[in-house]
Design a protein around this ligand. Structure first.
Ligand SMILES: Cc1cc2nc3c(=O)[nH]c(=O)nc-3n(C[C@H](O)[C@H](O)[C@H](O)COP(=O)(O)OP(=O)(O)OC[C@H]3O[C@@H](n4cnc5c(N)ncnc54)[C@H](O)[C@@H]3O)c2cc1C
Length: 501
C-alpha cells in the first residue's frame, strides 16, 4: 500500500468500495482502490475467471496501469508485442499500416497481443496478494442508497445476504445488472455487425503469418490475429442471409479456414457469434453508485480498445473514490469521472466504427473505390495513421498547456521506468525545489538524486510546455503545468472546493 492513509473502519460498513463483477475492469479497479488504502470487497457471480479469450490486444497505457498495480512484469512475458496492425485488400495490398513502437512514450510497447484468461489469472492472484476481499459465486441482485452508503442484496452461493458499502462500482459487463437496477439507458450508435469468432491453438504454425490484420475482402471480411504463444484468432463477418447456426457448423468453419492451409493442425478452443455494436450508458454515476467498463460503454473491436477503455475508467475512478473516502476531496470530484471519460470513449468509438466501416464493406463497387482512394492517399503520403486518442478535458484539470494529456514515462537504459518513483500519489515535478507542504502531493525537483536520471526528457517536456513545473495526477494525467506553488494551490482548491465551503 503506497498511501499513508489509515483510519478506524466504521463497523456500519462492510467496505469502502464494493466492486461488482471481476472481469479485467473490476480486477484493476479493485486492485487500485485497495492500493490507495481503501477497504475493498469484490464480488463475482462466476466461481472462476471466464476461461475464454475476448480481448485480443491492449496498448501501452494499459500496461502502464498494470505497472501501477504491480503486475506488468508478470503480464509482459505472457504477451506478444506485434510490430504492425494492417488492413489489406482481398489481394494483399496494404490499405492501412499502423506501426507499433517497441517502446512507446508511456514506457511500454505500443501494443500487446494477449491471451485474456492468462492475464486475468495474474490480475485475480494480485487481488488476493493485496488483500482485496474477493467473493466468488456471489451475484448482485439489487441495491438501495441512502445519504451515507449503499446496501446491496446479493445471492451468495445460493443464499441471500447484504453488503453495506460507501460506494459501489458496477464492472459487471455489457448486460450490467447494476446498470439495470439503476434504470440507466444506453445510447445506441446503431452499429450492429454479426461476426463469427474462432479462437484456436496451433502447435505448428508453419508459414501462418504472425501478424494482426484485417482482410477487407467484400466477399468475406476477415480478421486474423496471432495472439500470444500458439494461439490464433480468426473473425469472419456474417453476411446478410447467413445464420449464426450455419456459421458455427464445423464443416462451414473448415471451409472458412481452408485458405489458411492449417485445418489439419488446428485445435478450436472456442467458436462464438458476437454482434459488434457501440453503446454508451447515458449516465455513469447515480449518487454513490458508478459504472465502469462494458457496463458503461461497448464498442466494436476493430480498434482493440473495449477493455482498454474500461481499464482507463478504473484508473480514472480509483484515486477519486479514494480521495473522497479519505476526506481529501468532496464527492463532486466523482462527477468529473464521466465528464472526463465519456468524450474520450466516444472519440475511440468513432475510430472503431470508422475502422469497422472500412472493413465491413460488402458492396464490390464501393470496396473497389475504397481501395483506390486509400491506396492513392497512402502513396501520396496524405494518409494519417496516427492513433492518438484525445487528451482528457474539463473535469479535474486546469486549463494550462498539456493539462489532460498523459504524462510520458521515460525509461532509462537500465530499464528503470519513471513511475516506479511515484507509487500512486499525485506528483509535482519542478525545475526548482518547493517547500510547500500540501495534501497528498509528492514533490520532486529535477535535480533530486532519484529523478536526475530522467531529468533530460522531463526537462525537454517542460520546455515544450513553457513551464517550470508539472503536477501529475495519480492516474498519470497532467493536472496542469506552470509555476509550482500555483499548481499546488489549484490542486488544493479544486479538490477541496466543496469541503471547505
Ligand atoms: C470478439 C471480441 C474481441 C475483443 N477484442 C478486444 C481487444 O482486442 N481489445 C480490447 O481492449 N477489448 C476487446 N474486446 C472488448 C473486451 O473484451 C471487453 O471490453 C472487456 O472484456 C470488458 O471487461 P469488463 O470487465 O468491463 O466486463 P466483463 O469482462 O464482461 O466482466 C464482467 C463481469 O461481471 C460479472 N457479473 C455479471 N453480472 C454479475 C452479477 N449480477 N453479480 C456479480 N458479478 C456479475 C460477470 O460474470 C463478469 O465476470 C473484445 C470483445 C470481443 C467480444
Amino acid at each position: 500500500m503506497t498511501s499513508e492513509f489509515a483510519r478506524d473502519f466504521d463497523s456500519d460498513f462492510d467496505c469502502d468500495l464494493l466492486v461488482v463483477g471481476l472481469g479485467p475492469v473490476g480486477d484493476v479497479l479493485a486492485a487500485l482502490a485497495q492500493n490507495h488504502g481503501l477497504s475493498v470487497i469484490a464480488i463475482e457471480r462466476a466461481p472462476t475467471p471466464f476461461p475464454l479469450p475476448r480481448a485480443a490486444v491492449f496498448d501501452h497505457e494499459i500496461m502502464r496501469i498494470f505497472q501501477m498495480i504491480g503486475v506488468a512484469e508478470k503480464i509482459a512475458p505472457l504477451c506478444r508485442a506485434p510490430e504492425r496492425y494492417q488492413f489489406h485488400t482481398a489481394c494483399g495490398q496494404v490499405l492501412l499500416d499502423f506501426e507499433n513502437a517497441r517502446v512507446g512514450p508511456f514506457g511500454w510497447a505500443e501494443t500487446y497481443a494477449l491471451h485474456q484468461p492468462a492475464v486475468e489469472e495474474v490480475l485475480r492472484a494480485r487481488l488476493y496478494e493485496l488483500g482485496v476481499r474477493v467473493q466468488t459465486g456471489v451475484a448482485f441482485e439489487r441495491l438501495a442508497q441512502d445519504r451515507d452508503g449503499v446496501t446491496v442484496d446479493v445471492t451468495d452461493n445460493g443464499s441471500p445476504r447484504q453488503i453495506r458499502a460507501r460506494y459501489v462500482v458496477g464492472c459487471d459487463g455489457s448486460w450490467s445488472p447494476v446498470r439495470e437496477a439503476l434504470g440507466i439507458k444506453l445510447d445506441d450508435y446503431n452499429f450492429d455487425e454479426p461476426w463469427l469468432v474462432l479462437d484456436t491453438i496451433i502447435d505448428e504454425p508453419g508459414d501462418l503469418p504472425i501478424v494482426c490484420q484485417q482482410i477487407c475482402d467484400p466477399k468475406r471480411p476477415v480478421t486474423h490475429m496471432a495472439m500470444s504463444g500458439k494461439r490464433f484468432r480468426w473473425e469472419f463477418m456474417i453476411k446478410p442471409g447467413e445464420t449464426a447456426e450455419e456459421m458455427l457448423d464445423d464443416a462451414r468453419i473448415r471451409e472458412l479456414l481452408a485458405p489458411w492451409n492449417c485445418a489439419d493442425r488446428i485445435q478450436i478452443e472456442r467458436k462464438a457469434v458476437y454482434r459488434f455494436h457501440a453503446l454508451v450508458a447515458e449516465t455513469w454515476r447515480d449518487g454513490r453508485v458508478l459504472l465502469a467498463g462494458d457496463a458503461a460503454h461497448q464498442m466494436p473491436p476493430f480498434a482493440g480498445q473495449g477493455m482498454c477503455s474500461g481499464i482507463r475508467d478504473a484508473a480514472n475512478l480509483a484515486w477519486k473514490i479514494a480521495a473522497v473516502v479519505r476526506g481529501e476531496a468532496d464527492d463532486a470530484v466523482l462527477d468529473t469521472y464521466q465528464e472526463e471519460r465519456e468524450p474520450h470513449v466516444r472519440a475511440i468509438i468513432g475510430t472503431a466504427i470508422a475502422m469497422g466501416q472500412i472493413v465491413c464493406m460488402l458492396d464490390e463497387t464501393a470496396a473497389a473505390e475504397r481501395n483506390r482512394n486509400m491506396l492513392a492517399r497512402k502513396s501520396s503520403g496524405a494518409q494519417d495513421v496516427s492513433v492518438l486518442y484525445p487528451d482528457l478535458a474539463g473535469g479535474h484539470l486546469t486549463d494550462t498547456a498539456f493539462a489532460g494529456a498523459l504524462f510520458p514515462q521515460p525509461v532509462t537504459d537500465e530499464g528503470e521506468r519513471l513511475d516506479s518513483l511515484f507509487g500512486l500519489d499525485a506528483v509535482l515535478i519542478s525545475r526548482s525545489a518547493t517547500d510547500t507542504t500540501d495534501l497528498g502531493v509528492r514533490r520532486f525537483s529535477l535535480d533530486a538524486p532519484e529523478i536526475r536520471k530522467f531529468a533530460e526528457p522531463i526537462g525537454d517536456w517542460l520546455t515544450k510546455a513553457g513551464a517550470d513545473a508539472v503536477l501529475i495526477r495519480p492516474d498519470r494525467h497532467v493536472f496542469g503545468t506552470g509555476e509550482a506553488e500555483a499548481l499546488l494551490g489549484a490542486w488544493t482548491e479544486r479538490t477541496r472546493r466543496k469541503i471547505a465551503a
